[in-house]
Design a protein around this ligand. Sequence first.
Ligand SMILES: Nc1ncnc2c1ncn2[C@@H]1O[C@H](COP(=O)(O)OP(=O)(O)O)[C@@H](O)[C@H]1O
Ligand SMILES: [Mg+2]
Length: 535
Amino acid sequence: MMRLPANIRRNLRLMRIGHILATHGLAALAVRMRLFYPYVWLVQLFRGDELPKDMGVQIRRVLEELGPTFIKFGQMLSTRVDLLPLDVALELKKLQDDVPPEPFKRVRRVIEHSFKKPLTGKEGVFASFNEQPVAAASIAQVHFAELKDGRRVAVKVRRDHISNTIESDLAILKLLAALFDRYFTEYKRLKAPRVIEEFSVTIRGELNLRAEAAHASRFAENFVKIDGVRVPDVLWEYTHTEVLTTERIAGIPIDEKRALEAAGHDCLKLCERAAELFFTMVFVDGYFHADMHPGNIFVADNGDIILVDFGIVGRLDLKSRRYIGEMLMAFLQEDYRRAAEVHVEAGYVPADTDISAFEDAMREIGVPIFNRPLADISIAELLMSMFAVTERFKMETQPELLLLQKTMVVIEGVARELADQVNIWMLARPLISSWVSRHIGPVGKAEAMAQELRDQLRGWMCLPEKIDGVLTRIEKGSVSFSTEPSRLPVVTGSMLVAIGAAWLAWSAAHQASTMVMMLAAILTGLGFILTLSRP
Ligand SMILES: Nc1ncnc2c1ncn2[C@@H]1O[C@H](COP(=O)(O)OP(=O)(O)O)[C@@H](O)[C@H]1O
Ligand SMILES: [Mg+2]
C-alpha cells in the first residue's frame, strides 16, 4: 500500500479531527484552535440536527470516534479529577476499549517475526497455539498455547503495527495540546502539554511487553512475603518486546462472588488478603499494580489471589509513602488539623498556607464521608475531593498519587463486592497505623536522615565529572566569567573548593596517602577562605 508523506497524513488527520469535533457540537473548540476553521465553521452552520448539550458526552463521542489511542487518553483523563469538572470525568469513565480481535494471520506474523521461527510445527516456537483469543484489547490480545515440553501458557501478543499508530496519534495529541495551551489561555493551569507528556510515557510503557515481564518478575519477588498472593511465572525465553509468555493460571475472576462461594471460598478472607496486598504494595514496597480491575485478579482453587496484567505500575518514594500514611491516619482518626499539617510538612502546599482555612477545607471533605455507615466510607472518594481542594491551595498533584487514588477506587469496588459488611480501610488500618508509627518515630527519622546523607554523598561523587565538563568548556572557550574585580576571588575560590573537594573524594575513594589528602584539604580550605573573603 502506498503511504502518503507523514506531514500530509498528519494534516489529513487534523482535518478529520476538526470535522469530528464540528459534527459533535464542538466546532467552537476547533475554531479557537485554528483547526481548519473556515471549513469547520461551515460544517457547524449547515448542520441543523440537535447536538448533545452535555460537554462530557460530546468529548466522549469524539474520543470514541478517533480510535484506541484517544480512547485510552480519555480513560486516563477520567482519573484526573484534579483537572476536569466532575461530570466530564464521570462521562469519560464510560469509555470502553472493546475492539474486535486481530485476524489470526497477523498474530502469527508478529510472533514469527519476533522469534524468527514458525509458530508451530517441528521447528516452531509452540507445540500448539489456540487461534481463538481469550481476550482482546486495543494494544494486545491473549491466546492460550502449549510449549514443546507440555507446559500450558498464556501468550500476550501485541497488535501488528500498533506502535506506529500510537506514535502518530501521540504526535497529533502533542500538537493539539500545544494549540489548546496557546489558544485557551484561561486553561493554562491544566498544563495540557504536560498531561500529554505523562500519557505518552504510560502508553509507551504498555507497548513494551518485555518491560511488562520485568514488572511481573519484580512483583513475584515482592509477593513472597505475602501469604496467598502470587503472579504467573514469566517464561523469558518465550518473551519479546511484542510477545509475553506466562504460565497459564486457572482461577475465578474476583468479582464473580457467586462462583467464588460455590467453589467454597471465604469472601471475607479474600477481602482481608486484598487489604494486605494493597498495604504491602503501597507502603512496604512502594511499587504497586496500577490496573487492578477485577478482570486482572483471579482466585485460584487453593484460595490464592493471582494478579495478571502488569502494563502499568505505580512507584512511590519513601517521602510520598510517609505523606500518604500520615494523611490517611489523620483522616481515619478524623483529625482534620493533622490532615492539613501533613500537607505543609511534606512541602506539598506552601509553608505560608493559612492552616486554619486548610483544616476547614479538609473538614468539609471528611465530615460528610465519615458520617456515613461504615460500609459506605470511601477513602478513594475522600482523596478525589481532596486533590480538587489541594489544587485550590496551590498543591501540584503528583501523577503517582493520582494513579494511587485510581487504584484505590478499584480496590474499594472489588472489596465491596466481596464482602459488603466490612470496609477495606478498617482492615488495612492497623497495618497502616503500625507502619506509620515505625516510619515517623525516631527510627524512621534516622532512616530518612541516612537516606538524605546518601543522596548528598552521591551528589559529591558526581563532582569530578562535573568539573571535568566545566574545564572542557573553559578550554573550548564556551564558558565566560564575569571578571569584575570584586567577583574574581569568589569565582576562583568556588573553583578551588570544587577541585579540592573532588580531589579529596577521589583520594578517599582510592585510599591515597595522608600527604595527598592533606594537600587536597589545604586546597579546599584555601578555596573557602577566598570565597568568603570580602573585597
Ligand atoms: N497467565 C495467564 N493465565 C490465564 N489467563 C490469562 C493469563 N494472562 C492473561 N490471561 C487472560 O487474558 C486476559 C487479558 O490479559 P491481560 O494481561 O489482562 O491483557 P490486557 O492488558 O489486554 O488487559 C486476562 O484478563 C485473563 O483472562
Ligand atoms: Mg487486563
